[in-house]
Write a protein that binds this ligand. Structure first.
Ligand code: ADP
Ligand code: MG
Length: 240
């Protein structure tokens, strides 16, 4: 479903991605791990064109999104993103955060969007928060709203960039639980995370990035018990 071929990204003279090749099947849950600065965020951001690749291809459902005449709006509808710092609209209620894009971008009626929005909020355990503003929520609740908002566009793919890194420890679990429940729905998920337990339990595959390349690509049982490279071994020793 996602085909990444020889993906390069530079910022000026700084080469960040140096030829990433990977394929993600529909419904797969792929965690991306690696040291800080290895290019994990840049890689995710190239998949929904928040960054424009310097070279190489990203093919989603047969469409090369790096082509010049690509419809960025359509891609972003199909590829949702959840950020470390939530990025909720502060002046909209929780429900308005969830319904805004479906109404504006997809042209869904307000009543239909609200019905769907309430269902999604119930799914992330926030049915009772529909009418409050984000400032009233804990970090874990904000992130669950951000997940509901991403789901509201009914994307085929959701990208998560360190979704629990900004949370107090006691809130990490509630967000990971929501993500685990999504992992069973057939949606395709790419998740940058430092939560090794989550990667081990919930992912189909682990991509280990270092220095802008995929150094290892393996099922978690294999990666965590028998990493092949010294770089991965060193990384895991620090993490576990
Ligand atoms: P990671 O998410 O693995 O920590 P990033 O993809 O955020 O890594 O960053 C990889 C490298 O690219 C870092 O050296 C970072 O400073 C640099 N970088 C990221 N975004 C930009 C940008 N917009 N402009 C310039 N340099 C950037
Ligand atoms: Mg990052």
């Amino acid at each position: 479903m996602i085909n990444v071929e020889n993906l390069h990204k530079s910022y000026g003279s700084l080469q960040v991605l140096k030829g990433i090749n990977t394929q993600v099947e529909k419904g797969e849950v792929v965690t991306i791990i690696g040291p800080s600065g290895s290019g994990k965020s840049t890689f995710l951001r190239c998949i929904n064109l928040l960054e424009v690749p310097t070279k190489g291809k990203v093919i989603i459902d047969g469409t090369d999104i790096t082509e010049k005449n690509t419809n960025i709006k359509k891609i972003r509808e199909n590829v949702g993103m959840v950020f470390q710092h939530f990025h909720l609209f502060p002046h909209k209620t929780v429900l308005q955060n969830v319904t805004y894009a479906p109404i504006k971008v997809k042209g869904i009626s307000k009543s239909e969007a609200e019905k769907m929005g309430k269902e999604l909020l119930a799914r992330v355990g926030l049915a009772d928060k529909a009418n409050v503003y984000p400032s009233r929520l804990s970090g874990g609740q904000k992130q669950r709203v951000a997940i509901a908002r991403a789901l509201a566009m009914n994307p085929e793919v959701i990208l998560f960039d360190e979704p629990t890194s900004a949370l107090d420890p006691e809130m990490v679990k509630e967000v990971l639980e929501v993500m685990k429940s999504l992992a069973h729905t057939g949606i395709t998920m790419l998740i940058v995370t430092h939560e090794m337990g989550f990667a081990r339990e919930a992912a189909n595959r682990v991509l280990f990035l270092d220095g802008g390349v995929v150094v290892e690509d393996a099922p978690p049982a294999e990666f965590f018990t028998n990493p092949k490279t010294d770089r991965a071994k060193e990384f895991l020793e620090k993490m576990l």
